[in-house]
Design a binder for this molecule. Structure first.
Ligand SMILES: [Zn+2]
Length: 227
């Protein structure tokens, strides 16, 4: 069994979405080996974290007050078979449409599966000053397609919405249908197969609309055996 890490991690000083209300990630050492009052050389850290800044899950409560937050989501959503949709031919600022998904997925039965949209955008462009302005993105027809096909989770390595679209049709469509969104995954190019076994459990934060995830794909088997 091969484990491929799909996680874009948090790091002090990492770029963040350029809005005044968007807190930048910070890791604070609240105790260091020099300041440990017990004299044991311990280290304790504290994070200031906006979960949306790196690999994370958006729960329905992100857009729908009163809808389930990350703590209420069934863990089974985030563990199990996933299929990769190869859309690496998509260029900057290009929408990914239902027709695009049809073209790469055909009539494949996706009911109950997790769909991973691969563009390699995050791998190629993270750190660019205009990272949030030029991504490929899903359009409303692609979101409707995912809902119709009955996918259980949508993961992507590009941006979910068209930059500047303040109506957020993709979030509204997916989250409104109870389909969580796994945002800011990376490293899909390292996968050898289209079908993998995904583990992408968000940490449990009661009352939160999103939470960080350690996302990994397993290839060539599952935790309980081959297949
Ligand atoms: Zn998010």
């Amino acid at each position: 069994m091969r484990i491929v890490d799909l996680t874009h991690g948090f790091r002090a000083g990492m770029p963040a979405y350029g809005a005044a209300w968007y807190a930048r990630f910070d890791l604070r050492r609240i105790l260091t080996p020099d300041t440990d009052p017990a004299g044991q050389g311990r280290t304790f850290s504290q994070f200031v974290m906006n979960p949306h800044n790196a690999t994370h899950v958006d729960a329905p409560s992100h857009f729908f007050p009163g809808a389930p937050g990350v703590a209420e989501l069934d863990p089974a959503i985030f563990l199990g078979p996933a299929v990769v949709a190869d859309l690496t031919h998509k260029g900057l600022r290009e929408p990914i449409t239902a027709a695009d998904l049809d073209a790469v997925m055909g009539g494949e039965d996706l009911r109950g599966l997790r769909l991973l949209v691969r563009t390699d955008y995050l791998d190629r462009h993270w750190g660019d000053p205009d990272f949030w302005q030029k991504p490929p993105y899903l359009d409303a027809t692609a979101a409707a397609w995912c809902v119709e096909r009955g996918v259980r989770l949508v993961g992507l390595d590009c941006l979910t919405e068209e930059p500047g679209d303040r109506a957020f049709p993709v979030h509204r469509s997916l989250l409104g249908a109870g389909i969580p969104i796994l945002e800011y995954i990376r490293n899909l190019a390292a996968l050898r197969s289209r079908r993998v076994w995904l583990s992408a459990l968000p940490i449990v934060v009661h009352g939160a609309e999103a939470a960080p995830v350690r996302a990994v794909a397993l290839e060539g088997g599952t935790p309980d055996g081959p297949g």
